[in-house]
Unconditional design. Sequence first.
Length: 85
Amino acid sequence: MIEVIKDWCKGCDICVRRCPVHALETSDELNKRGVYPPKLKEENECNYCRLCELLCPDFAITVVAEERKEESKSGLIIGGVANEV
Ligand code: SF4
Ligand code: SF4
């Protein structure tokens, strides 16, 4: 899963152009900066490599692998101590 903070995006398209599997495309929804943020294509080919997250100059993308999402349900680790949620 790709989480995009849409209003942080400046529309540089680095993520769209650099994704190794062409999983991203420009959305058709303008953000507050007047640009079109990226979104995953309908046919989701994302392999969670995190390149888009690492390359985004505005920190607008977070990649959350499905496995990590499942893990996060079991507990939080705060200050090195696991807590039940
Ligand atoms: S790299 Fe970041 S700022 Fe550039 S289009 Fe993608 S999400 Fe927007
Ligand atoms: S995590 Fe990798 S494969 Fe998925 S959209 Fe970003 S760059 Fe593409």
